[in-house]
Design a protein around this ligand. Structure first.
Ligand SMILES: *[C@@H]1O[C@H](CO)[C@@H](O)[C@H](O)[C@H]1NC(C)=O
Ligand SMILES: *[C@@H]1O[C@H](CO)[C@@H](O)[C@H](O)[C@H]1NC(C)=O
Ligand SMILES: *[C@@H]1O[C@H](CO)[C@@H](O)[C@H](O)[C@H]1NC(C)=O
Ligand SMILES: *[C@@H]1O[C@H](CO)[C@@H](O)[C@H](O)[C@H]1NC(C)=O
Ligand SMILES: *[C@@H]1O[C@H](CO)[C@@H](O)[C@H](O)[C@H]1NC(C)=O
Ligand SMILES: *[C@@H]1O[C@H](CO)[C@@H](O)[C@H](O)[C@H]1NC(C)=O
Ligand SMILES: *[C@@H]1O[C@H](CO)[C@@H](O)[C@H](O)[C@H]1NC(C)=O
Ligand SMILES: *[C@@H]1O[C@H](CO)[C@@H](O)[C@H](O)[C@H]1NC(C)=O
Ligand SMILES: *[C@@H]1O[C@H](CO)[C@@H](O)[C@H](O)[C@H]1NC(C)=O
Ligand SMILES: *[C@@H]1O[C@H](CO)[C@@H](O)[C@H](O)[C@H]1NC(C)=O
Ligand SMILES: *[C@@H]1O[C@H](CO)[C@@H](O)[C@H](O)[C@H]1NC(C)=O
Ligand SMILES: *[C@@H]1O[C@H](CO)[C@@H](O)[C@H](O)[C@H]1NC(C)=O
Length: 403
């Protein structure tokens, strides 16, 4: 082959490659009419823009113009809270490439880039819940805010973008969740035992939260309980050091902050902790996850569920306890001003679509084990592929002026 011919052929290959190469993030975002507000927002936070443009192996949930307009009108953007904007954007970025094919009916809880301890205390990064249903793909964030993917699988050289119809909510702390979820007895009990601060800020917790009716069912016991004993009871509902999402729960025994172990049992898509039933799962917290249960647990009775549990009559681990009309621990508490239906509704089928687990314990699963997940996310950390000036990517209003 003559040199000239050879060079010609080689150049043709290079040209073809350039044409096939996936677009970069800037061109994907600026090429989508529904993302012009996001492009403008990114221009205002050059550090984030630069990091995203240089990242590889990420998934960006890109809020549509409608979604971002809500943020614009909230005043957050003009309030000089750059840290909040940065945290919010980081919460929209998954570590790893999740195309719509990766998202199935089994909920997944992938980690995001949000690891700023002012906003999250989850080792490896705060998570979102992703799941596919018959009619679409949903991303569920703090307070069970449910965003819909309206345009999926826009690929770019660093990963994939999905356009969503509402902003994701950074998961708030236990106190806020308890208020919104109408868990006012728990809220009062935490305050009365001075555990509020600890449960709000200790990293990597799983909290099994009895609802008001559960506290009410054992009102006679709680009426005379000492502060110390009440604190032990509450701590028996908390797992320290493991964030166990529903899809990572498995049958097994696991130590609590209160000292004793609880027993998790999954029966036909229903999840039990001892004999209490999980009736609302996976409410994300700034420092972990909360699952609502229908009865108060007792370290003195950790016998597991065996499938004979009644739907309408929650188990009672306190023999001889009787109920009262007042909800314990709520006197002097402000009554909830807003209740969020996604947080107060209940279902038995919290584990629907989950694999039927056998053996193992909560901590065995990498996704539920902070140690494992922090190792995992180190390996999966977005790689900086180049220090590209953000201004070149998102700045320069002229580039966007004629769009
Ligand atoms: C991104 O792609 C566009 C269009 O192909 C190109 O003009 C721009 O230079 C690229 N930016 C970078 C940083 O590669
Ligand atoms: C991308 O992220 C996934 C999921 O976190 C990880 O399994 C994979 O190893 C990463 N790939 C690269 C090339 O970093
Ligand atoms: C998504 O699915 C593809 C194809 O099955 C797989 O190679 C990839 O690892 C998956 N990504 C993640 C983040 O699980
Ligand atoms: C947050 O993640 C970045 C990289 O993804 C890492 O450099 C940083 O140390 C992490 N910060 C915390 C507090 O974990
Ligand atoms: C995370 O933990 C630190 C240290 O305990 C605390 O100062 C911070 O407020 C916590 N963050 C959140 C969002 O609660
Ligand atoms: C999310 O909202 C859509 C309707 O907008 C609904 O069909 C879907 O079931 C919801 N998913 C979850 C998990 O709440
Ligand atoms: C833009 O996003 C909205 C949701 O915010 C969606 O209803 C609409 O279909 C999207 N438009 C396009 C062209 O994808
Ligand atoms: C909140 O809890 C109180 C006390 O148990 C109950 O009366 C009320 O109906 C609950 N509200 C909602 C929206 O669940
Ligand atoms: C929770 O676990 C961490 C280590 O995972 C430990 O440092 C901390 O002391 C524990 N907290 C309590 C209250 O036991
Ligand atoms: C508590 O659970 C741990 C971890 O599963 C286990 O090693 C330990 O034996 C259990 N303790 C009791 C008393 O069951
Ligand atoms: C199931 O558990 C309940 C409560 O611990 C017990 O009374 C009952 O005998 C058990 N049934 C079977 C079949 O093991
Ligand atoms: C919280 O507990 C303190 C005592 O530790 C008490 O003075 C205060 O009234 C309680 N607040 C609420 C809202 O219950």
């Amino acid at each position: 082959m003559q040199l000239k011919q050879f060079l010609g052929a080689a150049l043709a290959v290079v040209a073809a490659r350039a044409q096939d190469a996936p677009a970069n993030l800037t061109s994907v975002l600026s090429g989508n009419q529904n993302l012009s507000s996001l492009v403008t927002l990114l221009q205002s936070v050059p550090d984030v823009a630069e990091a995203l443009s240089g990242a590889s192996n990420i998934t960006l949930f890109a809020p549509s113009n409608d979604a971002l307009n809500a943020l614009n009108s909230s005043g957050v953007l003009s309030s000089g809270q750059e840290g909040l904007v940065q945290a919010l954007l980081n919460y929209h970025v998954l570590i790893g490439q999740f195309t719509s094919e990766n998202i199935t009916e089994t909920p997944a809880f992938p980690a995001t880039l949000l690891n700023d301890t002012a906003y999250a205390n989850v080792t490896g990064g705060q998570v979102v819940e992703c799941r596919a249903e018959d009619d679409g793909v949903y991303v569920i964030s703090g307070l069970k805010n449910n965003a819909t993917v309206v345009e999926a699988d826009l690929t770019f050289d660093g990963g994939v973008v999905h356009v969503i119809d509402s902003l994701l909510t950074i998961p708030p702390n236990v106190s806020t969740v308890a208020q919104e979820a109408n868990l006012t007895a728990l809220l009062g009990a935490l305050n009365a035992t001075e555990l509020t601060e600890a449960v709000n800020t200790t990293p990597d917790l799983t909290i099994f939260a009895p609802n008001n009716a559960a506290f009410q069912d054992i009102a006679s016991v709680l009426a005379n309980i000492s502060v110390e004993d009440a604190a032990s009871v509450l701590q028996y509902h908390v797992i320290n050091g493991t964030v166990a999402y529903s899809s990572t729960l498995t049958n097994g025994s696991v130590p609590t902050l209160g000292g004793g172990n609880i027993t998790v049992t999954i029966i036909d898509g229903e999840v039990f902790v001892n004999r209490a039933r999980v009736i609302n799962s996976d409410i994300l917290l700034s420092n972990g996850v909360l699952h609502v249960i229908d009865s108060v647990l007792s370290a003195n009775d950790s016998s597991p569920a065996n499938g004979t549990e009644s739907d309408d009559e929650p188990a009672n681990a306190y023999p001889g306890a009787s109920s009262a009309s007042d909800v314990p621990f709520t006197s002097g508490q402000p009554s909830p001003t807003s209740t969020n239906a996604a947080l107060t509704s209940t279902t038995n089928a919290v584990a629907e679509g989950f694999p039927t687990n056998t053996g193992g314990t909560i901590g065995d699963n990498a996704a539920g084990n902070p140690e494992a997940s922090s190792t995992g996310s180190e390996g999966a950390a977005p790689i900086q592929t180049g220090a590209i000036g953000a201004a070149a990517l998102f700045g320069g209003a002229a580039i966007f002026a004629n769009m």
